[in-house]
Ligand binder design. Sequence first.
Ligand SMILES: [Zn+2]
Length: 419
Amino acid sequence: MVDPRAALRPSAAVREERLWQRHLEMAKLGATSKGGVNRQALSVEDAAARRLLTGWAAARGFAVSTDAIGNLFVRYDGSEPSAEPVLTGSHMDSQPTGGRFDGIYGVLAGFEVLEAFADAGLRPRRPLELVAWMNEEGSRFQPGAMGSAVYAGSLALDRALAAKDRAGVSVADALSQTLAAAPASRRPGFGGPIAAYVEAHIEQGPRLEAAGRTIGVVTGIQGQRRYTVDVVGEEAHAGTTPRAARKDALSAAVAIVSALEQLMADPADTVRFTVGRFEVQPGSPNTVPGRVHFTIDFRHPDTAVLAERGDRIADVAARHAKGCTVTVTEISRVAPTVFAPQVIDLVRDCATQLGYQHMDMPSGAGHDAMHVARIAPSGMIFVPCWRGISHNEAENATPADLAAGARVLAEALASLANA
Ligand SMILES: [Zn+2]
């Protein structure tokens, strides 16, 4: 027997083909020759993406607005217009050699949910608002997740507007050009109040695909500590200087990195430790290196592990200095985000009810949700991406998985908006 209420569920009105076609349409804006996208924040391609989304919203009668940092909002009214809205969304900007799904999936899944509500004639109690956060990637303007950080009050508006790209163009100037090319009515203020926030995103890692699961129930976002390490020895002739007389900065730096890998050893493979930049000076084949500069990116979901191992880095480095001078400088520290238990449970329940295989997992990458979680109960939904590849033009995902995530999002938003 068919449950008559089934037809009233918004997930039943999510249309896989429509959602997929919208991805293909968006992927034309900033399309690269290798099948990816280059749609950096506040570029002409970003403006084109804003116009496309705004046009789709206008065709459905959804109101569009933008705030003073360029976050773009699309609203589906609830039966109680003054009730605190439920937000969903992600970002439309990409890396310079980015893929077709990072960020834009969460925006298009959210828009699909708004359309599903409209198609099914559903009117939740609270308004639903889709938001495309400005400059999540941080490849053109730093810091990344800029729009959500300003919205949540973790970054001052004037500081964000003053940030400049490598060509010297400020966020303020690029934003006014973008809004001239993609106009939207201005909304006052930041930060809600909002009832809840749920963000859908491709996983950007290989775990869901490897485990054969469709939905990742995201429990939080791991914290991150970043450091620079400077090793200073003494330049000397490669042919004449005996070992005992050398202060070889490279030899010391190699020993330090090796010792740090021991410090970060972790049978569970949860620690993320990366030396991504390693510069040797003077870089001459017949000179003992006098200086090495390298970076450390250390991430973990647990505050205690971040504190305990991160605090030992300087000491481990000093003990392997081999007569050189070592300076360890911490350049940033971001605490882990723990999502709201009620939102985590809701996402898991919705996935179960829809019959999708799912698993709980932390997010390895940073997302706008880490800022929004400071001001509202928040959570995220992950869907698999091919081989876990992301920040890459080869990034891929299946229409069925994208639609599955949108269906879970639809049910989660329905529940939150009727609460
Ligand atoms: Zn993203």
